[in-house]
Design a protein around this ligand. Structure first.
Ligand SMILES: NC(=O)c1ccc[n+]([C@@H]2O[C@H](COP(=O)([O-])OP(=O)(O)OC[C@H]3O[C@@H](n4cnc5c(N)ncnc54)[C@H](OP(=O)(O)O)[C@@H]3O)[C@@H](O)[C@H]2O)c1
Length: 229
């Protein structure tokens, strides 16, 4: 799958999934702007030729606009946005509170809204947006309410923006991963069968497909990518 000549902004790019998507997009020939709240990629994570913009809180609309503007300047334009910034909390209502719902709304949904709005000023007709929802948001289990609500918001944003942008042939899709095989997840669940978990590289391959010319007819799709879970 070729992304030669495509200029792609990736949020949450210093994290486990984000770094894999940066590396896969670069290998497919894209130019990449890597945006994250962390100041720099963690030690040992090589983002190659990507232009890195750290220290950006994408839930803040002004910061999102400024970061996307810098990415556009660095790459000479913008063809696609991949919204990966996000986080997770498990918390029952009895043991938690409304602050967790606010936090997850802010980090999972508001970041995607602000970055997408900033990107819309630059994306050409035929552009691309890819979001990250969650398979666990299709039906919330105990302790998953705040997370599922925020990711449901990402999924509804995906559907509504896909309709809004159809006339410009800009596609908007979301992946719904189950648990991803990341170092923090392995640390948190040491007895799990890691082979069943979807790999960041497998998710990155699907994202690169959605960014490619071959996926131009897919929009508004919520695509489970769940390995063997
Ligand atoms: N891991 C899983 O099992 C799993 C399953 C389903 C869906 N997902 C989703 O997949 C995505 C990536 O997950 P991951 O495991 O790769 O997470 P991760 O390693 O924690 O990476 C997420 C990155 O997003 C950044 N970020 C958080 N808030 C931000 C903000 N306000 N502005 C800019 N950047 C921000 C984080 O920076 P800081 O470190 O500074 O906060 C971090 O670098 C997330 O949307 C997550 O919800 C993950």
């Amino acid at each position: 799958m070729s992304l030669t000549g495509k200029r792609i902004a990736i949020t949450g790019a210093f994290g486990s999934l984000g770094a894999a998507v940066v590396q896969t997009a670069l290998a497919a020939g894209a130019r990449v702007a890597a945006i994250d709240r962390a100041e720099a990629p963690p030690a040992g994570i090589d983002l190659g030729a990507a232009e890195c913009f750290g220290g950006v809180d994408l839930a803040d609309a002004d910061q999102a606009k400024a970061a996307i503007g810098k990415a556009v300047t660095a790459m000479g334009g913008l063809d696609a946005l991949v919204n990966i910034a996000g986080t997770f909390r498990f918390e029952t209502l009895a043991d938690g509170g409304a602050g967790t719902w606010d936090l997850l709304y802010r980090v999972n949904l508001r970041t995607a809204v602000a970055a997408s709005k900033a990107a819309l000023a630059h994306l050409p007709d035929g552009g691309r947006i890819v979001n990250i929802g969650a398979a666990g948001a299709l039906k919330a289990g105990a302790g998953m309410g705040a997370y599922a609500a925020s990711k449901s918001g990402v999924m509804r944003l995906t559907e509504s923006l896909a309709e809004e942008l159809k006339s410009r042939s800009i596609t908007v899709n979301a992946l719904l991963p189950s648990i991803i095989d990341t170092p923090p997840n392995r640390k948190d669940m040491p007895k799990a069968d890691f082979d069943k978990w979807v790999k960041p590289a497998q998710l990155a391959d699907v994202i690169v497909f959605l960014l490619s010319e071959q996926a131009s007819a897919i929009t508004g799709a919520l695509i489970p990518v769940t390995g063997r879970v």
